[in-house]
Design a protein. Structure first.
Length: 406
């Protein structure tokens, strides 16, 4: 049956886990590569997707092995490997983890790729993150037929959703929402004719670079952006690139501090920040990382307002309501594409049956075949077969479907 597809997903995401839990099970790029290498060493096929809002493992096995595959046992084993890699209690992981199998797992991936499972409905970053995760796993030969087919179809479907619906039109990503928070905070400075000083940590990353580009177009804003040498950042107006190691030297002058890295450690610690923050003024700290980049204790520091990624949930929810119509159309597209994908997988898995079926029809008339079907099928199965025949007649050659019983 459809859910017998040898494919499953385990997920920790913003949908069911707070940021405090997500950070415990987050992976840096190098950690993700090391985990996949170990997890797939026994022949498993998998893709690990790690973003600020979700960490998900997609796993498949060959159909030849799937008849004896115990999905429940395989999921349990994957959960244990996940928890072990992060040196966390597996029971804690299982409490917050969601598991999807077969067609449900396919549907979940398609939904994630299309931005339907994102905090900000229809956001564009997740598609690039999924594509990158898949390409990295494929390059290391951690994917097989199932993962290749499912991921390629999911990515293609997501492009169709973005083309045929309004989900990606004027979509407010987390980066956009963060910039809006900055500009709202800057209103007081602008009225006094002051230039808002923004320290942006992680400007080379996907989210950070979007923020840098957006802020560069704003009047009355000066950005000090930390960059990594191997990735860099293009020259932008009102933007000074600094080394990551220099960040604390710019902290006191900053009105706004934004951190959006994939570092496993704090980029702004309480003790180091407290040692350099001498000027008394209102400051906005925005932490867009999982695990936390900015020490949560700084929220109690005089004059600091600290917002982490979960603070944008309410704003995202309001935005999502405006996208409801596009989401409904996207769901129809997903249903169509998922059905086509699952049928392709089923056909591939049963190619020997198809070939044998063709050979068995040699020398048998169509009429004899129909009578044989009537004998072997239940009444419900026969009705289903005849309904399928009607649809095939309608689809091929423009013929009108037979009206049985007319």
């Amino acid at each position: 049956m459809r859910n017998s597809l040898p494919f499953f997903c385990i997920s920790i995401s913003h949908q069911h886990s707070p940021v405090e839990i997500r950070r415990l099970f987050s992976f840096t790029k190098s950690q993700a590569a090391a985990f996949l290498s170990e997890f797939c060493s026994g022949g498993k096929k998998a893709v690990l997707v790690a973003t600020c809002n979700r960490t998900e493992l997609y796993v498949s096995c060959d159909r030849a092995e799937s008849d004896s595959l115990d999905l429940a046992a395989a999921i349990s084993e994957a959960q244990e490997a996940f928890a072990l890699a992060k040196q966390q209690d597996v029971q804690l992981f299982r409490e917050h983890c969601r598991s999807y199998t077969g067609e449900d797992a396919v549907r979940h991936l398609f939904s994630v790729a299309a931005g339907l499972d994102s905090m900000v409905l229809g956001e564009n970053e997740i598609l690039g993150q999924l594509r990158e995760s898949y390409k990295e796993a494929a390059a290391q030969r951690h994917t097989g037929f199932y993962l290749n087919q499912i991921f390629q179809r999911a990515l293609s479907c997501a492009k169709r959703v973005k083309t045929e619906t309004n989900l990606s039109k004027a979509t407010e990503s987390i980066a956009t929402l963060a910039v809006k928070e900055v500009m709202a905070f800057s209103a007081e400075a602008a009225s006094a004719g002051k230039v808002l000083s923004v320290l942006l940590i992680g400007a080379s990353g996907q989210t950070g670079s979007l923020i840098a580009r957006d802020l560069a177009e704003r009047d009355g804003v000066q950005v000090f952006a930390t960059v990594r040498r191997q990735y860099g950042l293009p020259e932008l107006p009102h933007t000074e690139k600094i080394a990551y190691e220099e960040r604390y030297a710019y902290l006191d002058r900053a009105d706004v501090v934004i951190s959006a890295t994939r570092s496993p450690h704090c980029t702004v610690s309480y003790s180091d920040a407290a040692a350099v923050l001498h000027t008394k003024k209102k400051r906005l700290f925005i932490d867009l990382a999982v695990p936390n980049d900015i020490a949560p204790e700084l929220a109690a520091f005089d004059g600091i307002t600290l917002k982490n990624i979960d603070c944008f949930t309410r704003i995202a929810r309001e935005h999502n309501q405006q996208k409801k119509e596009g989401a409904e159309k996207a769901s129809l597209i997903l249903a169509e594409e998922i059905d086509a994908t699952v049928k392709e997988l089923i056909f591939h898995d049963n190619i020997s049956f198809v070939q044998e079926f063709g050979r068995s029809l040699d020398g048998i008339s169509a009429l004899q075949f129909l009578y044989d079907m009537r004998t072997a099928a239940t009444a419900e199965e026969l009705e289903l077969l005849l309904s399928l025949w009607d649809r095939m007649q309608s689809q091929h050659g423009g013929q009108q479907p037979m009206r049985r019983g007319a």
